[in-house]
Design a protein around this ligand. Structure first.
Ligand code: SF4
Length: 326
């Protein structure tokens, strides 16, 4: 039997990642936190740039564990769990800012290790000085300044990427941000912005019908503003929009809109079949990939270039398989 070799996709995008997730033995105890999802799926599609902030600021391996220690007012620092006189707050914060600036042009997303006082994106336990949990949580110090310095960079924790909705959301943002970096960031033009917005219209609609209107208005009246200012305002609201989660109701709405582009061209039978498939998706019987594949097939035959170019139909490579579980 002939063996069909799996062709490797071209990797265009680089993601920053906590080095322990990439399998490097950099944890305080000399261990790693290798992620099967990263090793088995992501390495096929992305270049990875592993970074361990604790090693980079000069803490060795193995090293004393650290944790967040704070007060009820909301302030917190990163100190040694056994020796609170070891305080690496400022070094980790500075390194987060530096990393954001140094990698700004190279990476299009960042995957962080959850619960870490350095890398945790959120929900890292804060302790009282006496060692008892304070009952609140914060981002790790490196992650915090990384996200503050690059607020538009798509960032997610590896643990949350096991949730299909969050995974789809993160990778849709990564590819959208990468395209912006390529086409618009350095030399924005009004024509470029219109083209970008046109391609993303239905993806925006799936994430927020309200912001779909706001972004459309922003572009249509935008010529009165300097294009740099307009582009900055646009991408800020655009990335915020993609951060909100799409759901079956909003996807169904978009699927029906796309079907509407072919109402004069489809036979009654094909229209009925598509409507039934969309309904099966809406009620949770089948995943999103099914109606999208069927619609794409008919749009390729009957659709205008505008609708065929909608990123919604393929926000990331199909081989990633993310819509099979949505
Ligand atoms: S969570 Fe971050 S700081 Fe901790 S070992 Fe992993 S990469 Fe290093």
């Amino acid at each position: 039997m002939a063996i069909v070799e799996r062709s490797e996709p071209e990797k265009e995008i680089t993601l920053g990642i906590s080095a322990c997730l990439a399998g490097q033995k950099v944890r305080y105890n000399g261990d790693h936190k290798r992620s099967g999802f990263v090793a088995n799926s992501l390495t096929r599609f992305f270049h990875l740039k592993p970074v361990c902030p604790e090693v980079e600021i000069g803490l060795g391996v193995p090293r004393e564990p650290i944790r967040l220690v704070g007060d009820a007012e909301g302030d917190y620092r990163v100190v040694g769990s056994d020796h609170p006189d070891i305080d690496v707050t400022d070094k980790l914060a500075d390194f987060g800012r530096e990393t954001a600036k140094n990698l700004e042009r190279d990476i299009s997303g960042y995957i962080l290790m959850q619960k870490s006082p350095s890398c945790g994106m959120d929900r890292v336990k804060v302790y009282h000085q006496n060692g008892h949990p304070l009952g609140r949580s914060e981002p790790g110090m490196f992650a915090r300044t990384l996200m503050e310095t690059s607020p538009l960079l798509p960032v997610e924790e590896e643990g949350r990427l096991h949730d299909p909705v969050l995974r789809d959301n993160f990778f849709a943002r990564v590819f959208a941000w990468h395209r912006w970096q390529q086409e618009m960031r350095d030399e924005p033009t009004y024509a470029g912005l219109v083209a970008y917005h046109s391609a993303y219209k239905y993806l925006i609609m799936a994430h927020s019908p309200q912001n779909y209107r706001k972004l459309g208005q922003m572009v249509s009246i935008g010529k009165k503003k300097p294009v740099e200012e307009l582009a900055e305002e646009y991408i800020s609201l655009f990335m915020e929009t993609l951060r909100s989660k799409a759901n079956r109701k909003s996807h169904t709405n978009v699927l029906l809109h796309l079907l509407g582009y072919m109402k004069k061209d489809l036979s009654d039978e094909s229209k009925q079949t598509l409507l039934e498939i969309i309904e099966q998706y809406r009620t949770g019987m089948i995943p999103l990939i099914v109606p999208v594949t069927m619609l794409s097939h008919f749009l390729n035959i009957h659709g205008s270039q505008y609708v065929k170019d909608q990123v919604y139909l393929k926000p990331y490579p199909e081989e990633l398989g993310l819509r099979n579980t949505l």
